[in-house]
Ligand binder design. Structure first.
Ligand SMILES: Cc1ncc(COP(=O)(O)O)c(C=O)c1O
Ligand SMILES: *[C@@H]1O[C@H](CO)[C@@H](O)[C@H](O)[C@H]1NC(C)=O
Length: 787
């Protein structure tokens, strides 16, 4: 993972192409750093060609008078003078299993850098020289930018001073920027003939990037010893003060960049407390700088955060993103394919407004969602908006209008405004006021909140003491009772349970409640559900049979017809949709389709805010007339923004790929899951073991979600028990191994969120099983401390 030391300034040197003078300029930097009195470490992670003429030998040969201060190393040396991916294959007889993986390469670089940092407590410099151009392949075949990204070292780009070099330098720079790399400086030779530097200096100055130029080296001499002498003289000449001495000014500039980065990170907590108002945070609890989690970058399932650390250790440490960044992440952070999709659409459209317009990203996404995705078989239209809350408000507007139109009678204003929602206790649809009004009064509230509707008390599913239990609340049975289920697969096999006594009990409860409401004069306008799991309400896993019965009852006897009957049904799949809990849509488990559904969060793989409200044709028709006022007069500035849609298309393609992957097959096999049956990325034996821990009231999992309810007499959203139990899991821990499973092999902390006495942990759809097993181990050990 990203490394940043106070005493050791590290730069990774990339080239705009091969043969642009990377090694010469790195050598010059190494000598200049040494001349400034620093210990200098040079690292060539991967080198190909004859070892005697390798870059590391060049560095060693031209250490000049600073021999004692310069250490030069190479980690992987291959004999053939070809691209590393090919050299590695030639050396191993094409046996892929013998070729070091990206993770191995990155971990050994990180390990080496940490060793250098530990070796010298005094101010030191380090240069890590890459091979070839920015996108030259590494051993595995992954190109360098993507392979080395987890290290997130500050970079120097060596520009190309030859013919065509202006273009390759700019292209290389943009490739670095697209992956978030900090480019502290561009270095290139002052070639007297092509004079690329004259063009590139102002070009990059306009973009705030520092360019240093250095005299070109002398021509190669045929006689080896003469050549050494002239090269040595060249390097020494670069160390003399002068107006245009690029190397000396580069050292000053790189030092300043390093200092600025450290200063900035150090000042961020205070500045944050001064100017930022956080969501969901009582600021009076968090007023010290230590309370601010400073995220320097992110990669895969990990944030890189600033931590107090021993003086020769990195101040940046990996921290597992245990809430998948509020339930959004599908592939972990900074997936290059998503970044490029965003750039593609940004470059092609920027943002364009949407009424009566179309563009390919939005159109393809709508078609995908309606015809093959969560809308397959029932939806006919896709309506775009910005986030889950706004997607839900649109769903409510659609449903309530459709209801009044279908009733076929005039509703006066009071009747319209008092239409109620039928929902469940513990539901959540977002923090905008309309979305809040579709939920029971609770902690997420505000002065204008006016919960309009009725909230049924649902039965919930969990694991306790190794058993699957359905807890039926007293509202349904005469007193609260627990029903033991055979297995999770049995609980979620809704069709098989439809004709059982519990289904009849649920039906009676719902019918009786609706009857009472009718007699009281409450008109309901829509059924709104978070299918299967109510997230923000405390990770409540609702008995799917109950939700199925509820839908059937509100639709009445003609529920099989293609247009809706009774009440329109909204599925809020903002949280559970798109495989967050192991299935693309919950309709496959519930065995019914909604009339309206909403997706957001994972929709863009977690890169950009975007929501979609899907509607059936009969809902759409309720707005279709010859009057403008009947239209859905609703829209947001960024409706259907092209970047969001393009990224979503890419994300859905990638999710399709994952859904057929071996990793998913293995996870499903653990749960003996086939077809539509439920499964989880978490290990079933681990779940069972946790369910038997003393201070655990219950545990439950589906897909990426693991929820652990701590025993607490004073439960509820404002309870701190889960927070207290799990706080130690954010300590850095390498599990006693030399390398942890975090990128770069560093010990990692775990960032997690709680909902009262429930702690939950959530992975992406592509979290490796190594990370999962390590998390399970950490969770287990943390629980043990408290038992
Ligand atoms: C079920 C559900 N609906 C709606 C929302 C609101 O989505 P957003 O936060 O994108 O507005 C959330 C957010 O957590 C949610 O979990
Ligand atoms: C999933 O992770 C693996 C590495 O663990 C990576 O090679 C692959 O590209 C990832 N896939 C997606 C779709 O993110």
């Amino acid at each position: 993972m990203s490394l940043l030391f106070k005493h050791l300034r590290v730069h990774q040197v990339f080239g705009a192409n091969t043969d642009v003078g990377k090694t010469i300029l790195t050598s010059a930097l190494v000598r200049a750093s040494a001349a400034a009195g620093k210990s200098v470490f040079y690292l060539k992670p991967v080198s190909t060609g004859d070892a005697s003429s390798a870059d590391v030998e060049h560095i060693k040969r031209y250490r000049g008078p600073f021999k004692d201060r310069i250490q030069a190393d190479c980690l992987y040396q291959y004999q053939e003078p070809v691209s590393p991916h090919l050299a590695a294959r030639l050396a191993n007889g094409n046996d892929e299993t013998q070729i070091p993986t990206d993770q191995t390469v990155v971990n050994s670089i990180a390990h080496h850098i940490r060793q250098c940092a530990a070796a010298s407590p005094d101010p030191s410099h380090m240069y890590v020289e890459t091979a070839g151009g920015v996108h030259s392949p590494t051993l595995s075949g992954t190109t360098q930018l993507d392979c080395y990204r987890p290290l997130f070292l500050s970079t120097i780009l060596v520009g190309d001073s030859k013919l065509g070099g202006i273009s390759s330098t700019i292209s290389a720079y943009e490739s670095l920027v697209l992956r978030g790399f900090l480019v502290d400086a561009i270095l290139l030779f002052r070639d007297k003939y092509y004079r690329n530097w004259e063009y590139l200096k102002p070009y990059f100055a306009d973009r705030g990037v520092h360019v240093s130029t250095v005299n070109a080296p002398p021509p190669l001499l045929p006689d080896t010893s003469q050549n050494h002498a002239s090269t040595e003289e060249y390097y020494q000449s670069l160390l003399t003060e002068g107006d245009d001495n690029g190397i000396l000014s580069s050292i000053e500039h790189l030092d300043a960049c390093h200092k600025n980065r450290l200063d900035e990170l150090q000042s961020m907590p205070r500045r944050t407390l001064d100017t930022i108002w956080w969501p969901f945070v009582q600021h009076s609890y968090y007023q010290t700088e230590q309370d601010v989690n400073v995220i320097d970058s992110a990669y895969s399932d990990f944030f890189t955060v600033v931590r107090e650390s021993p003086s020769t250790s990195s101040i940046l440490q990996p921290q597992f993103d245990g809430s998948a960044s509020w339930w959004t992440q599908a592939f972990g952070h900074t997936q290059p394919a998503l970044t490029l999709a965003a750039a593609r659409a940004s470059g092609r459209y920027g943002h364009v407004m949407f009424p009566r317009a179309t563009h390919l990203p939005a159109l393809q996404l709508a078609e995908r969602l309606v015809k093959e995705g969560p809308g397959k078989g029932w939806a006919s239209k896709a309506y775009f908006s910005d986030d889950g809350s706004t997607g839900m408000e649109i769903a409510l507007k659609m449903a309530l209008r459709a209801f009044t139109v279908r009733e076929g009678k005039e509703f006066d204003d009071t009747q319209k405004t008092s239409l109620g929602i039928l929902g469940l206790k513990g539901s959540y649809h977002g923090d905008t006021i309309g979305a809040m009004n579709a939920c029971e009064e609770g902690v997420y509230t505000c002065e204008w909140h006016h919960a309009k509707g009725y909230w049924l008390d649902p039965p919930t599913v969990s694991m306790r003491q190794g058993k699957v239990v359905i807890s039926v609340p007293s509202a349904i049975a005469s007193e609260t009772s627990d029903v033991q289920g055979d297995s999770l697969a049995w609980v979620y096999d809704v069709p098989a349970r439809l004709d059982t006594p519990p289904a009849r009990v649920y039906k009676e409860y719902v019918e009786k409640t609706l009857d009472t409401l009718r007699r009281k004069g409450q008109t309901l306008g829509a059924l709104v559900l978070e299918p299967l799991v109510m997230g923000a309400g405390g990770m409540l896993f609702v008995d799917p049979l109950f939700q199925r019965v509820l839908v059937d009852v509100v639709r009445g006897p003609s529920s099989s017809s293609s247009s809706w009957s009774g009440l329109p049904v909204i599925f809020d799949e903002v949280f559970v949709g798109l495989y967050r809990i192991g299935m693309e849509s919950t309709t496959s488990v519930l065995g019914v389709n909604p009339d309206i559904s909403v997706n957001a969060k994972i929709l863009t793989g977690g890169l950009l805010p975007l929501a979609v409200t899907l509607a059936s044709n009969s809902i759409y028709e309720a707005f279709f007339s010859d009057k403008k006022a009947d239209a859905l007069l609703h829209g947001h500035s960024y409706t259907a923004h092209a970047m969001g849609c393009e990224v979503a298309n890419e994300a859905l393609r990638m999710i399709d790929g994952l859904s057929r992957s071996d990793a998913w097959k293995e996870a499903r096999a653990q749960w003996k899951s086939e077809g539509d049956s439920v499964w989880s990325f978490w290990d079933p034996t681990f779940i069972e073991t946790v369910s038997r821990v003393d201070n655990v009231a219950e545990v439950m999992t589906l897909g990426t979600v693991l929820a652990i309810k701590i025993r607490d007499d004073d439960a509820g959203y404002t309870s701190h028990s889960a927070e207290t139990v799990f706080r130690p899991i954010d300590q850095y821990d390498d599990g006693g191994n030399e390398f942890s499973v975090a990128p770069g092999g560093a010990p990692f902390g775990v960032h997690f969120r709680t909902l009262g006495n429930v702690a939950y942990f959530m992975t992406s759809l592509n979290t490796s099983s190594a990370v999962l097993r390590s998390l399970e181990d950490r969770i287990w050990k943390t629980l043990q401390r408290h038992s």
